[in-house]
Design a protein around this ligand. Structure first.
Ligand code: FES
Length: 107
């Protein structure tokens, strides 16, 4: 049986499945949090390895094999701390701010 949790996003109480990320719960409830690299057609997502080389026209750029840190567009404030919504598991009672001028300026 699936456990349901309740979070508050921009003052609106919404519910979602335990185990989902903050971004998934927002999107499931029709609340838009900007995101790019989360989209399955635009890899790599945060935590995945980058590619070794990048080509721009005829220029070859050595990539870094370090982990990609993500686009950062999904940053939200959760209980006062900045976090990426796409990799943060939602927890019951979380207060999430997306539509906040400080958060929007960081995106
Ligand atoms: S969608 Fe890009 S870091 Fe979360």
């Amino acid at each position: 049986m699936t456990e349901t949790i309740t979070v508050i996003i921009d003052g609106k109480e919404v519910t979602g499945e335990k185990g989902k990320t903050v971004l998934e719960i927002a999107l499931d409830n029709g609340l838009y949090i900007p995101n790019i690299c989360y989209h399955p057609s635009v890899s790599p997502a945060p935590g995945k390895k980058g590619i070794a080389k990048v080509f721009r026209g005829e220029i070859e750029i050595d990539g870094k094999a370090e982990e990609y840190d993500g686009c950062g567009l999904c940053i939200v404030k959760i209980n006062g701390k900045l976090k990426k919504a796409c990799i943060t598991p939602a927890e019951d009672g979380m207060e999430i701010e997306n539509d906040n001028l400080n958060v929007l300026n960081l995106k």
